[in-house]
Design a protein around this ligand. Structure first.
Ligand code: TYD
Ligand code: MG
Length: 462
């Protein structure tokens, strides 16, 4: 467009530069710059930029703290229990939710599936910028969605979407996806940071002004870093991440931020030919088809939100053919793995520098908790020494740099879940048992002070 200047903007911190850069000089993020176009200056005909408020209108005056009342949120059940739990008990009226995930992970499927339950008491407007009405209907038919009180709009201009919404008067607006929506008042291409932000601000203003709930879909790439969704995260009330491997059936929804409920709560689904089905017993699903008596495997119990989840860590340590050995990891932080390897080298004298190391968490789960350290270490030792971690053993504990095993939170809850799933022995931090030793039937606790104590738990491979 004539007279418009392009510039590059960091999708992490919004630092602007006229030239593309690999690393942001402001926040240090790599590969975060995306191209954008300078907005037209405000003229008499074009309104000045609007300011957005996250608070419902009519509340902007100073009040005494004692006069304030705790609000009661009106919630609407979505019909998918796993999603309701992640939202903190249903979709809050007037809240803005961002559902982000890689393309093809199942975002549109999930949103179509909740339309029926929402439609029982609410009017739902599904705005699609990616699929035609016919395609949506076909999918709904496959999913067995009746579509009572459901209205479909295939439109990407935000001003027109609002006009239509004024006619339909929906209680819930679903925007699929925010990257396709554009405002004619802004001169950037759809999907650019400026357009995505403008469209989101318009929708947030509508939600807060009229009490309409808005669910926006945001696509992210494998690194989780396409411009749009990242810059929206601080503007919306809740951010849900849809995770999982496209090739596998499991899908996990995780609340990264939630103004109306707990964060880090997860919901587990399985993608079937009839859409997403809730998985009520994720540990059982993650352990299904577990290999028996093979070196390199060790079970772990992680706490996701309020729920314990049993997962399996697999390590493969092989002799390297490269000058610098390879280290790859899936589901565990790369630096955490390097740290654990360094501890094992220093404290147990294991020579990992001659070996490639591959580490994987089965089922596409991501373990962020240090409580999985001991299990990672045992899987590594097991593969390195070709000895087996007993199938009925689970390992819980954090590793310190001196090789010591540190206490973890919610130990009893973790061990109970392990016992429920048939594990008979649990390696646990000695420090957790100093004050009180939980008595859980069916499982023997093996308290350890340091990682060296796990060596004699490994058995010879048959
Ligand atoms: P989709 O919801 O379109 O993904 P997104 O909106 O996140 O881009 O669905 C993605 C995949 O799900 C698609 O490849 C087909 C698959 N799928 C099923 O396996 N079963 C189903 O019932 C449906 C509707 C989709
Ligand atoms: Mg989609």
């Amino acid at each position: 467009m004539k007279g418009l200047k392009t510039f590059y903007i960091c999708s992490e911190c919004q630092y602007k530069t006229p030239k593309w850069m690999g690393k942001c000089p402001n926040c240090g993020a790599w590969n975060s710059f995306v191209e954008d176009v300078e907005e037209a200056p405000a003229t008499a005909s074009a309104p000045a930029p609007r300011r957005v408020s996250m608070i419902p209108t009519g509340e902007h005056r100073t009040v005494r703290f004692e006069e304030l009342e705790i609000p009661e949120y009106l919630r609407q059940i979505t019909g998918l229990g796993e999603l309701d739990r992640v939202l903190g008990g249903g979709l809050v009226s007037g809240s803005v939710v961002l559902l982000s995930g890689e393309p093809g992970i199942g975002k549109s499927t999930l949103l179509m599936q909740i339309c029926d339950a929402l439609g029982d008491t609410r009017r739902v407007l599904y705005v699609s910028g990616e699929e035609s009405g016919g395609q949506l209907k076909l999918r709904a038919k496959r999913l067995g969605i009746v579509g009572k009180n459901l209205y479909i709009l295939t439109e990407t201009n935000i001003e027109k979407i609002l006009q239509e919404a004024d006619k339909t008067k929906p209680d819930v607006i679903i925007i699929d996806s925010i990257q396709t929506v554009y405002s004619s008042g802004v001169n950037s291409t759809p999907g650019s940071v400026t357009q995505v932000k403008e469209a989101a601000l318009t929708l947030i203003n509508k939600a807060k002004g009229e009490g309409t709930s808005v669910i926006m879909v945001g696509h992210v790439n494998k690194e989780g870093s396409i411009a749009g969704p990242k810059v929206l995260e601080h503007m919306v009330d809740a951010v849900l991440y849809f995770e999982g491997e496209r090739q596998q059936a499991y899908r996990i929804i995780r609340a990264i931020k939630n103004r109306y409920g707990p964060t880090n709560e997860i919901g587990v689904f399985e993608m079937t030919d009839r859409g997403l089905e809730e998985v009520e017993n994720p540990s059982e699903m993650l352990l299904a088809g577990r290999p028996r008596s093979i070196s390199g495997n060790c079970a772990v119990c992680t706490i996701e939100g309020t729920r314990p989840l049993i997962a399996e860590i697999q390590a493969l340590v092989t002799q390297t053919a490269f000058p610098a050995p390879r280290r790859t990891t899936n589901g565990i932080d790369y630096n955490r793995m390097c740290l654990i390897i360094a501890v094992l080298e220093k404290r147990l004298g294991l020579k990992f520098w001659q070996n490639d190391v591959y580490l994987n968490v089965v089922g596409g789960l991501r373990l962020d908790e240090p409580a999985s350290d001991v299990s990672v270490a045992m899987a590594l030792i097991s593969s390195m020494t070709d000895r087996v971690v007993p199938d009925d053993l689970i390992a819980i504990g954090e590793l310190g740099l001196a090789g010591e095993c540190r206490a973890v939170s919610n130990l009893e809850q973790r061990v109970r879940e392990a016992a429920r799933l048939g594990f008979a022995q649990a390696v646990v931090p000695f420090r957790n048992l100093e004050k009180r030793k939980p008595d859980i039937p069916g499982i023997r606790l093996i308290p350890i002070k340091g990682i060296y104590e796990t060596l004699n738990l490994l058995q010879k491979q048959e």
